[in-house]
Design a protein around this ligand. Structure first.
Ligand SMILES: C[S@@+](CC[C@H](N)C(=O)[O-])C[C@H]1O[C@@H](n2cnc3c(N)ncnc32)[C@H](O)[C@@H]1O
Length: 203
């Protein structure tokens, strides 16, 4: 049994879908970076059938899980999972994509990976996305130099204990680094459980 299940993904997928509905284009290819179990991409593909979804994750066990969820769901608009590691500067080439991407979605990755993964995401996404295409980020952030809740502070401490290179990122720094790499910060949407949707667009 390789299929993974994420209770958090089941909780947050509906509110994320609501934001994606006002963010994604009507058609084209959407890359999901750090797909994890694959439950998000299955849900999104069902809600947005005119989009072609490309899941990805560097972890082989995640890709196996995504493939199993895909086999069960039988959706025609999801491609097989790719081994994309955004901390590899050549990741746009490893994606091996022949069509043009119209959007990138990345949920709960930048705080559970070294900072270089966030910068690598922006650098590769800037190469791949056409002008005005969205890069959607979701997760917990620090704002104004501090945590926005006690639960986020506790989560940050727990992440840093697992790996000192992990931890909640400062929203302002994330947006500045994205802007330095060719994106505009379109909007931030407050989400349940002290999370944020951050919508960037290729300038
Ligand atoms: C907390 S899980 C989130 C999974 C899924 N997006 C979700 O919200 O359920 C973090 C994921 O980030 C992936 N990840 C970690 N470092 C990465 C990197 N450098 N490039 C792409 N994905 C990465 C992990 O393999 C893992 O699947």
């Amino acid at each position: 049994m390789t299929k993974q299940h994420s209770p958090a993904a089941l909780r947050n997928r509906a509110p994320i879908t609501d934001v994606l509905a006002t963010t994604l284009p009507d058609s084209g290819q959407v890359l999901e970076v750090a797909s994890g179990s694959g439950e998000h991409v299955i849900h999104f593909a069902g809600r947005f059938p005119a989009l072609t979804w490309i899941p990805s994750d560097p972890a082989p066990e995640a890709r196996a899980s995504i493939a199993e969820h895909l086999a069960d769901a039988g959706l025609p608009n999801v491609q097989s999972p790719r081994a994309v590691d955004v901390s590899d500067p050549d990741w746009p080439a490893t994606l091996d994509n022949t069509g043009g991407l119209q959007a990138i979605v990345c949920i709960n990755m930048i705080h559970i990976a070294p900072w270089q993964a966030c910068l690598g995401l922006f650098e590769g996404a800037a190469q791949l996305l056409p002008r005005a295409a969205p890069l959607y980020l979701y997760g917990p952030y620090r704002r104004g130099g501090g945590h926005t809740s006690q639960s986020n502070a506790a989560f940050d401490a727990q992440l840093k204990q697992s790996n000192p290179l992990w931890g909640l990122r400062d929203l302002e720094t994330v947006c500045e680094e994205a802007e330095a790499r060719g994106f505009t910060h379109e909007r931030t949407v407050e989400m349940p459980a002290n999370n944020l949707s951050v919508i960037l667009r290729r300038a």
